[in-house]
Design a protein around this ligand. Structure first.
Ligand code: 5GP
Length: 352
């Protein structure tokens, strides 16, 4: 007989943060920086714990350069060559503490990682990324990476359950990437039926990680700054964004200008047909594409978007009485709701 978990699991849209009495005078008083010491690398980090996703349309050097100025983190995608890394490192030494290099699980990926880390010794974060972080092979790769790089901070994922968070931390990872299926251009849930509602995944995985002095990233599913606040409130140490950072000057993906002058940019999942054609020369017959490609409206400079997100976060802290982002989970009470926003004018474009 199949097991059924009858307890209701929640997504960001199913809850709202309850406002609480506060002594904060203005949102400018809110401190979004966190100071974190990682469990296995023993390194310290200070920054605003938002992250650009390591998708090749989001985790670009151009994105890292802008976000890094705000103290915001970027997991740079794995398709840059060693020489490009050297060039970036030379021009943006001050940004390097806010950057991770990404790596897949093939031998070629690992060899390239070794070369990049040798060429850029100031890089201290490694992001080991697979769609399914539940395989023994992945655990072995985390262990191998930890042995090879005892002092680097290792990000590993993706998983959505506490027991696998613990396994990866005990195998050497410092920060676990949490999220299977919530992404804006992800089709895993449609193709496989597998997934976990993101807010509940974050609550449960944060609890497991924090019990071991590890940390987590809420990866995917944020569609507005309020969702970012909810993810932090649920216990995420970092929140990773894909779609919310897509469509900007600093994003990858081709720009299209329609005859009427409207501009859009191509944004696609890393397991989409578009990505597989670009990076692997096509899709192997045994696998299904688990991502899609969309044309998103062009949105100009990412700087404005990031300021909007940081403003929303400061305001969320003010409403809940959190002086620091770190206090948000302690101040957060989630109210289950049946309607998150008023959608009466949803189809009329905002004039702002
Ligand atoms: P978003 O912020 O756009 O909702 O989610 C971004 C996240 O979606 C990424 O960081 C990554 O974890 C996930 N993702 C990116 N591309 C794909 C894909 O092709 N398939 C799946 N299943 N997930 C993807």
């Amino acid at each position: 007989m199949p097991n059924i978990v009858n307890e209701i699991k929640l997504d960001f849209k199913d809850v709202l943060l309850r406002p609480k009495r506060s002594t904060l005078k203005t949102r400018a008083e809110v401190d979004l920086f966190r100071h974190i010491t990682f469990r296995n690398s023993k390194r310290s980090y200070r920054g605003i714990p938002l992250m650009a996703s390591n998708m090749d349309t989001v985790g670009t050097f151009e994105m890292a350069a802008v976000l890094g100025k705000h103290g915001v983190f970027s997991t740079v995608h794995k398709y840059y060559e060693v020489e490009e890394w050297e060039d970036f490192a030379k021009k943006h030494v001050e940004i390097l503490p806010h950057v991770a290099v990404s790596c897949g699980i093939s031998d070629a990926d690992f060899e390239k990682l070794e070369k990049i880390l040798a060429a850029v010794p100031d890089l201290t974060f490694i992001c080991l990324d697979v769609a399914n972080g539940y395989t023994q092979q992945f655990v072995d790769i985390v262990r191998k990476t930890r042995n090879a790089y005892p002092k680097h901070t290792i990000i590993a994922g993706n998983v959505v359950t506490g027991e696998m968070v613990e396994e990866l931390i005990l195998s050497g990872a410092d920060i676990i990437k949490v999220g299977i299926g919530p992404g804006s251009v992800c089709t895993t849930r449609v193709k496989t039926g597998v997934g976990y509602p993101q807010l509940s995944a974050v609550i449960e995985c944060a609890d497991a990680a924090h019990g071991l002095q590890g940390h987590i990233i809420s990866d995917g599913g944020c569609v507005c700054p309020g969702d970012v606040a909810k993810a932090f409130g649920a216990g995420a140490d970092f929140v990773m964004l894909g779609g919310m950072l897509a469509g900007h000057d600093e994003s990858g993906g081709e720009l299209t200008i329609k005859p009427d002058g409207t501009k859009s940019k191509l944004f696609y999942g890393m397991s989409s047909m578009t990505a597989m054609k670009k990076h692997a020369g096509g899709k192997a017959e045994y696998r299904a594409a688990e991502g899609k490609a969309v044309e998103v409206p062009y949105r100009g400079e990412v700087n404005n978007t990031i300021l909007d997100i940081l403003g929303g976060l400061r305001s969320a802290c003010t409403y809940t009485g959190a002086h620091k982002l770190k206090e948000l989970p302690r101040r957060a009470t989630f109210i289950r709701c049946t309607q998150q926003v008023n959608s009466v004018y949803a189809n009329i474009p905002s004039k702002e």
